[in-house]
Design a protein around this ligand. Structure first.
Ligand code: SAM
Length: 180
């Protein structure tokens, strides 16, 4: 049985200042098993970079921009998880969220600057990856790994034109049709 989809919504992108962080939210979502990232606001540069990586290293993975992020949260047909240092400890709620994911899609919401309170209210779960302030990229990585219970590390990629050959030392990238 195919798993229900996991989407990531990146709120509050500030063009210029947040380009690198927003790109990394998208790349982390892609690498660690999510199906789609939605970028709020004018995040075209980040979108282009994430799409370029997907074209080269494979998918499936979709990048979208939205001007109505709060509507996405309100109307998402599944479980909404907002990552925030003020939320319930991830280790206390991860099993419940995994059970919900067995039945329906999950939307993981991360912020940039201050997240408005309606997002806290609309979320099914406000989740802290520790209750210490850190980064949306780190919070997202830990949360996705807990959600997928490590399965995302063995994910297979399609439509890549290159792949990395893991090595103890050194760097090797080969075309995907190579036997190596
Ligand atoms: N000060 C902002 C606020 O109060 O909403 C948060 C800014 S923080 C740099 C950016 C994002 O990182 C947050 O919106 C949240 O999604 C994520 N984040 C930071 N610390 C976190 C934590 N301990 N657990 C989960 N997510 C966290």
């Amino acid at each position: 049985m195919d798993e229900h989809e996991v989407w990531v919504l990146r709120l509050g992108h500030r063009p210029g200042r947040d380009n690198r962080m927003t790109t990394h939210v998208g790349l982390t979502a892609r690498a660690l098993g999510a199906d789609r990232v939605l970028l709020a606001g004018d995040a075209t540069k980040s979108r282009d970079t994430i799409e370029d990586i997907t074209d080269r290293f494979g998918g499936p993975f979709t990048v979208e921009q939205t001007d109505e992020p709060n509507r996405v949260v309100r109307e998402f047909p599944g479980t909404v998880v907002h990552l925030t240092m003020y939320g319930l400890p991830v280790q206390d709620v991860e099993a419940e969220i995994r059970e919900a994911h067995a039945d329906e899609a999950v939307l993981v919401v991360v912020g940039a600057e201050k997240v408005t309170f309606d997002v806290y209210e609309a979320a099914d779960y406000n989740v802290g990856v520790t209750n210490q302030p850190h980064s949306e990229v780190a919070g997202l990585a830990v949360f996705l790994d807990r959600l997928f219970d490590g399965r995302e590390l063995d994910r297979e990629w399609t439509d890549a034109d290159r792949r990395v050959v893991p090595m103890a030392t050194g760097k090797k990238v080969v075309p995907t049709d190579s036997e190596e």
